[in-house]
Design a protein around this ligand. Structure first.
Ligand code: BMA
Length: 336
């Protein structure tokens, strides 16, 4: 497999100089806080984050102590940057599913369509990995699953409005058998009711990204601009020569964030893809000491009235970070 050299973040990106959220901010059992969806709701910023808990670097490496479980938590802030108030209990905890078909739910994205909040989640089950869509209560403390895909599929995001009368989503199925190895792409499907899904179309194949050799998937829910749906992706390259890059004995993949533009009326149509990474792991807490180094995994993107775009991403599967950019710069990256 070709080796892909060092990757850097785009110059249009400004990163905060420290993570916005870490395990130390959580009032319950927490080890890794990452891959968080964020939305503006009732004048506040609502973050739904993933937390893998029950071990630490030393115990993992020396005692072989793995994680006890995964939870999904809620935090709220006035400005989307700091002052996050964390709900006392997680919204979802793998402990609650012990003895059932479900192992855990994780990697949350949050969306609002016609005033109703929704979550997209990955769900590990005893018979495969499923993509889940759920309603979330306005009070942010209860959820109900509306539909779950057949395995193996995950990384679903919903478009924030119906298009041509249908709910629309991006997703990343995992066709291992037919593609011979990891070679995963972004797909589209539509639904009249969020329950029955069809109109499946390939949106973007991994071969369209010069800095990928493994997979490309949806990241945050797309945002609407006058030029099209601005859509973040996660982009993965694999290098067999990589060894111990994190707590595990070996971690061979690298995750970066990419960006593309989809047609407003037909989101299966790609209007442009940026051929270089948007966000790469180039800060110490993104590529040193974390659970899996060199992982950038955005699940939230917010367009502010002044044109600032806030991008929330998990770094090294350990902390949650924020980067900003101007919306016009992001559009130019896709369409130039
Ligand atoms: C993917 C998902 C993400 C994770 C990434 C890197 O397969 O499990 O939650 O951030 O791997 O480990």
């Amino acid at each position: 497999m070709p080796r892909i050299s060092e990757l850097k973040s785009s110059p249009v990106i400004t990163k905060l100089d420290k993570p916005i959220f870490t395990a130390a901010d959580i009032p319950y059992d927490a080890s890794l806080i990452f891959n968080a969806g964020v939305i503006k709701h009732n004048g506040k910023y609502v973050m739904i984050f993933r937390n893998d808990y029950g071990t630490d670097k030393e115990r993992f490496e020396n005692e072989g102590k793995h994680f006890d479980g995964t939870s999904v938590g809620v935090a709220v802030s006035d400005n989307g940057v700091d002052g996050w108030k964390v709900f006392e209990k997680p919204l979802i905890d793998s402990r609650d599913y012990e003895g059932t078909e479900i192992d855990r739910l994780y990697d949350p994205r949050i969306m609002k369509i016609d005033g109703q909040l929704y979550l997209c989640l990955a769900m590990d089950t005893k018979h495969g990995l499923r993509g889940v869509i759920a309603t979330l209560s306005d009070t942010l403390d209860s959820f109900e699953i509306v539909s779950a895909s057949a395995p193996d599929n995950r990384n679903m995001v919903l478009f924030p409005e119906k298009i041509n009368g249908l709910y629309c989503r991006l997703e990343r199925p995992m066709p291992v058998y037919s593609r011979g190895r990891d070679r995963f792409d972004i797909w589209f499907s539509a639904s009249p009711d969020l329950r029955y899904w069809g109109d499946n179309e390939l949106v973007l194949g991994v071969e369209a990204i010069p800095y990928a050799n493994d997979k490309v998937g949806p990241a945050a829910p797309p945002i609407k601009t006058e030029k099209g749906w601005l859509t973040l992706t996660h982009v993965v390259d694999r290098d067999e020569s990589r060894g111990k890059n994190g707590w595990e004995k070996s971690w061979k993949k690298r995750y970066t964030a990419g960006i593309m533009m989809l047609d407003l009326n037909d989101p299966t149509k790609v209007l442009g893809v940026c051929k270089e990474p948007l966000i790469a792991a180039d800060l110490p807490y993104e590529n040193e000491g974390g659970f899996r180094e060199d992982v950038i995994f955005p699940c939230g993107m917010i367009l502010e009235d002044d044109g600032e775009v806030k991008i929330y991403y998990g770094a090294s599967d350990t902390v949650t970070c924020l980067a900003t950019a101007n919306v016009n710069d992001l559009i130019d990256l896709c369409l130039k």
